[in-house]
Write a protein that binds this ligand. Structure first.
Ligand SMILES: Cc1cc2nc3c(=O)[nH]c(=O)nc-3n(C[C@H](O)[C@H](O)[C@H](O)COP(=O)(O)OP(=O)(O)OC[C@H]3O[C@@H](n4cnc5c(N)ncnc54)[C@H](O)[C@@H]3O)c2cc1C
Length: 461
């Protein structure tokens, strides 16, 4: 097993993060390949008093990628734990390790009657990394895909939470397990290393229909209110994505003269039995044609085969949709070419609130910052998560500084409205715990000596 020197002496990594956050001084990068090696490294780190920052694939673009919050940590890169240990399409779960990407798992499920709840990120991002962030999948929040975790605790002991397949245990997947529900003590947390997870798989729908609908900026509030009414009335599921005119460029929206469009685009995602999706699509088409409706039918090309494939859980072997979103960058070059920051506030699903959010974003823009792309993900009848993507030229110090000042202003103005981001970035860790006493007790019980580096979700010490 590695000794303390394994943690202290690994060469310092180089390389940038796509957001060009403050560079961190790292103690090293550790690349274990098995759970036992992880446990050995955790014990060695405790002896060396070098805090560990675990990442799965480290592609947390726009929030700091693989960087820790504080200087002095060693990055524990778990991408080498890359086994799909088990797939059970009958009961609807897969057991995966941190290095398993959403592309690999969706490819493995090809031809089965199950699918993975994909996110809109690259096929090379980790299923576990995104679940631990409580990221947003196309069909539901990724937190809902989690059934069980395998962990290495701060003293190197290996334990499990939630539901795991076993001959003695319950045969039906039950994410909350029995008794106290412990899985989510370890999501958006930095109290353990996750070495595997049980991930729930969705039934593969017989039919997927994505209806594109467009509306002008002047009708943002009424369009959002209409979409909410359709959501609460169950004409559409709570999975609609709304793209502002910049984000809508990914889907090729153009004005009649061929220049980039200035309309918003919504993707209404209908999935299920073919008769049901056909009936709903006809019904929605009729609504969209009503004179009073603030939305109109969009061009069919604005919800193309790649968009359909993502909702259908299909692997995208060339990462084509992701590359369209990044202006041609692939997963391997995004951190190097960079110039991308993300701000992720959660806003009420309400026309006036969404209009206010758009105004706050406008007001925060520093001179020299390009207009950001905004994608709004409906999460339920009351909540719409905003993905604000700020682009800048990383070779230009002024452009980089202006984007970061804009990000600071977004944090301040949205927090003042009670709409902080659901995932902060490394330069804006959570300012305070809502529950400091409980947090202190849990940290004292799980990691009393600070073996794990402070995460973005932990309050300052
Ligand atoms: C164009 C584009 C589209 C995107 N679309 C989406 C989207 O639709 N939905 C979405 O949620 N995000 C999206 N993202 C953001 C981001 O790329 C993804 O969330 C990505 O999945 C996170 O990186 P990762 O999977 O490599 O996780 P990692 O960076 O490996 O992990 C994330 C964090 O979780 C913790 N962690 C990870 N692994 C472990 C472990 N094994 N043990 C303990 N702690 C761990 C660490 O704190 C780490 O910083 C998008 C980004 C871009 C650029």
């Amino acid at each position: 097993p590695p000794g303390a020197e394994a943690v202290a002496t690994t060469p310092r990594p180089t390389g940038a993060d796509s957001g060009r956050f403050r560079p961190r001084r790292l103690a090293g990068v550790l690349r274990p390949r098995t759970g036992d090696e992880v446990a050995d490294l955790v014990r060695a780190a405790a002896t060396a008093r070098t805090p560990l920052h675990p990442v799965s694939t480290g592609r947390n673009w726009g929030l700091g990628s693989a960087l820790p919050v504080d200087d002095g940590a060693a990055v524990l890169d778990l991408s080498g734990l890359g086994r799909i240990r088990e797939v059970d399409t009958r009961r609807g779960y897969a057991v995966v390790e941190p290095g398993v990407t959403q592309g690999e798992l969706s490819a493995r499920l090809t031809g089965t009657d199950r699918m993975l709840n994909l996110t809109g990120a690259s096929r090379h991002t980790s299923v576990i990394g995104n679940i631990l962030e409580r990221g947003v999948g196309l069909h539901r929040p990724r937190a809902e895909d989690l059934a069980g975790l395998e962990l290495v605790l701060a003293d190197g002991v290996r334990v499990r939470t939630g539901w795991w397949p076993s001959p003695e245990g319950p045969a039906v997947v039950q994410p909350h397990g029995h008794g106290a529900s412990l899985n989510h003590l370890f999501t958006q947390a930095s109290w353990a290393v996750v070495t595997a997870a049980v991930v729930r798989l969705l039934p593969r729908p017989r039919s997927v229909r994505i209806l594109p609908a467009t509306f002008p900026a002047a009708r943002l509030a009424t369009a959002v209110d209409t979409l909410r009414a359709w959501t609460t009335g169950r004409l559409v599921p709570a999975t609609t994505k709304i793209y502002d005119p910049v984000a809508a460029r990914t889907y090729g929206l153009r004005k009649p003269d061929g220049t980039p469009g200035d309309a918003y685009l919504a993707h209404l995602a209908l999935t299920g039995d073919t008769d049901l999706t056909t009936a709903l699509a006809d019904l929605l088409a009729a609504r969209l044609r009503e004179a009073a409706c603030p939305l109109a039918e969009g061009p069919p090309g604005a919800a193309d085969a790649e968009a359909h494939g993502a909702y259908a859980g299909a692997d995208d072997p060339d990462d084509a949709l992701f590359r369209r979103k990044t202006g041609g960058c692939c997963a391997r070059c995004l951190d190097r070419r960079g110039g991308l920051l993300m701000f992720l506030p959660v806003v009420p699903f309400d026309g006036a609130a969404v209009e206010t959010a758009a105004a706050l974003i406008d007001a925060a823009l520093e001179e020299g910052t390009a207009r950001p792309g905004i994608t709004m993900n409906v999460l339920d009848a009351d909540t719409v998560d905003h993905v604000v993507t700020l682009r800048f030229d990383p070779a230009d110090a002024a452009s980089t500084a202006a984007a970061h000042r804009t990000l600071d202003r977004l944090h301040a103005s949205f927090a003042a409205h009670g709409w902080p981001p659901y995932r902060p970035d490394v330069d804006h860790p959570r300012p305070a715990a809502a529950d400091p006493e409980l947090h202190r007790r849990l940290a004292g019980a799980l990691d009393p000596h600070g073996v794990f580096a402070r995460g973005r979700f932990a309050p300052p010490p």
